[in-house]
Design a protein around this ligand. Structure first.
Ligand SMILES: [Zn+2]
Length: 116
């Protein structure tokens, strides 16, 4: 794994969710924002068991991400990389914010998704 996927894996380890996912947004080799997935905690709406995906959390925290790259890692409880390809909803959100590329862990070699 490259160093940003490593950093994303460290973020994933901080998640309190069932699936451990972390994300790092970078531009020109510099980290803009890090995040992990989180449970939505708004009582009264029917989202108690749903999560904010790590990509959504990163986009909520970052201001200027146009032209940036996102690195997404999922790890299992043993800390081993697992498939973290962004879901269709997150892909749409990443495209809308101008993220140009997504690198993500798999159980083997990392994958890459070109978004432009
Ligand atoms: Zn997603």
């Amino acid at each position: 794994m490259n160093r940003f996927l490593d950093l994303a894996a460290k973020q994933a380890a901080r998640s309190g969710c069932r699936y451990l996912v972390g994300a790092v947004v970078t531009r020109s080799g510099r980290v803009l924002v890090t995040s992990c997935n989180r449970y939505r905690n708004s009582p009264g709406i029917d989202f108690r068991h749903a999560t904010f995906h790590a990509e959504e959390m990163a986009l909520r925290r970052a201001q200027h991400v146009h032209g940036a790259v996102i690195h997404i890692a999922r790890i299992n409880r043993a800390g081993e990389p697992r498939l973290a390809r962004p879901c269709p909803r997150c892909i749409s959100a990443l495209v809308a914010r101008g993220i140009i590329r997504a690198h993500y862990t798999t159980a083997g070699q990392p994958g890459v998704l070109y978004l432009t």
